[in-house]
Design a protein around this ligand. Structure first.
Ligand SMILES: [Mg+2]
Length: 424
């Protein structure tokens, strides 16, 4: 059995999702904006070639984008999330084990029985991703996660490699490692790379070959692990099962500053409803809730406030969360403050498999079971018919503070009424 670890990454993922579902955007420069249409967070290769860089505030380059004919899109996370899910399903079909690393990135264990050559396997996977999802991917293969990460970087940057690079079989490992700057090694961190530079260690090759005793003295087993991974000795296992979350946070900036308590109440309740659903999806209960809000840090006087409460019994029932948070909202609100953001944080999380309640109180248990059934039904309806089909009365009216998304594309794959119509 020949083994390898692959890092599979969607190229310019958000822009690629937009292009995939709108044929008129293919080969056209596209940029995607962050929440509230703030700044550029993704570009198609065509936009990059026109000199548009990441992180630029939209309002500053709006005219330039118009002049260059670049298409602008607000971020459409329901579309990107769904395409990501489909990509991960595809990886599960083609790989032995998959660790989802981010929305567009996954590590995978590959075991091939008959051949050392992983290129045909990688080419097939790329073709499938392109044909089934319209998404270009890069595949880096190594003997360890760190090598796979380096290989993926090389797959993306060397044009004649067509998006695939197998580090294990390349003859020039040292030459490639020499081309990787110390800061670009996965997992090295700012402190360690600065320490390395001070010692004249500036490339991945030099880090691999430096005395391990020095590295151990500086950062213990973490440094040794990194060095071994660079040598091709796998020390970091794939995390196939995601570890339970310690905290769940939902927060948003407002499209305009708000000053009324009703608006703050509606915003925080909307975030709580979302957080409740997240907790139920994660099979977790919250033991405590924090709500927070603040004004713009660029304007004086700055105001920021948060308030926390412990729940008597840990819960993921939206009604319980809303009731517990209500007095907190009064606590953090001050009139005449121009609030620009609000959010909720769920902490002291625990699994929803076990719950300690008062065993003598039969009525409480019955009530709990009834509310669990209700939450399940609401979640099911919202999954089937679209987000917000069933919600709490506080969110019923349209909110004028909601995030700015002026260039939003359709929820093509998650909302029945937005499925594109094909004319024959
Ligand atoms: Mg990517």
């Amino acid at each position: 059995m020949i083994q390898g670890i692959a890092l599979i990454d969607g190229n310019n993922f958000y822009a690629a999702c937009e292009q995939s579902f709108n044929p008129s955007l293919a080969n056209h420069p596209v940029v995607v904006l962050s929440n509230n249409d703030g700044c550029i967070i993704a570009r198609s290769p065509e936009a990059r070639d026109l000199g548009i860089s990441m992180g630029q505030p939209y309002f500053k380059i709006r005219h330039k984008l118009e002049r260059l004919g670049i298409i602008v899109r607000s971020s459409n996370y329901s579309l990107y999330g769904d395409i990501s899910h489909r990509l991960m399903l595809l990886l599960n079909e083609h790989c032995n084990e998959v660790e989802i690393y981010s929305i567009d990135e996954a590590f995978a264990q590959i075991n091939l029985s008959s051949t050392k050559d992983f290129y045909p396997w990688a080419r097939r996977l790329r073709e499938q991703a392109h044909q089934n999802l319209g998404i270009p991917i890069s595949i880096g293969i190594g003997a360890s996660k760190v090598q796979a990460k380096i290989a993926n970087h090389l797959a993306k940057t060397i044009s004649n490699h067509a998006g695939i690079f197998d580090f294990r079989t390349t003859k020039d490992q040292d030459w490639w490692l020499e081309s990787i700057e110390i800061e670009n090694i996965w997992g090295i961190g700012k402190k360690l790379s600065k320490w390395c530079r001070e010692r004249g260690i500036t490339t991945a090759l030099q880090l691999r070959d430096m005395p391990s005793s020095e590295l151990h003295a500086k950062c213990g087993v973490v440094g040794i692990r990194l060095q071994e991974e660079l040598k091709g000795n796998s020390c970091m296992k794939l995390k196939v099962k995601p570890s339970p979350k310690k905290e769940t946070c939902v927060s948003r900036s407002f499209s305009r500053p708000i000053t009324k308590i009703e608006e703050l109440r509606q915003a925080i309740s909307t975030h709580l409803i979302c957080a409740g659903q997240k907790l139920r999806n994660q099979n977790q209960l919250a033991g405590a809730i924090t709500v927070f809000t603040h004004t713009s840090p660029f304007r004086q006087p700055f105001y920021s406030q948060k308030a926390t409460t412990q729940l008597e019994t840990p819960s993921n029932d939206t009604t319980v969360l809303l009731t517990a948070a209500r007095p907190l909202i009064e606590k953090i609100f001050r009139p005449y403050r121009l609030l620009i953001k609000a959010g909720v944080k769920m902490h002291s999380l625990q699994t929803s498999k076990y719950l300690q309640t008062n065993l003598l109180n039969n009525e409480a248990i019955e009530h709990l079971q009834r509310s669990q059934r209700l939450m399940k039904t609401i979640d099911r309806l919202n999954t089937r018919f679209g987000k917000g089909t069933i919600t709490w009365a506080i969110c019923r009216s349209k909110a004028s503070w909601e995030m700015r998304r002026e260039q939003l594309s359709c929820a093509t794959t998650t909302r029945l009424e937005e499925i594109p119509i094909v004319y024959s």
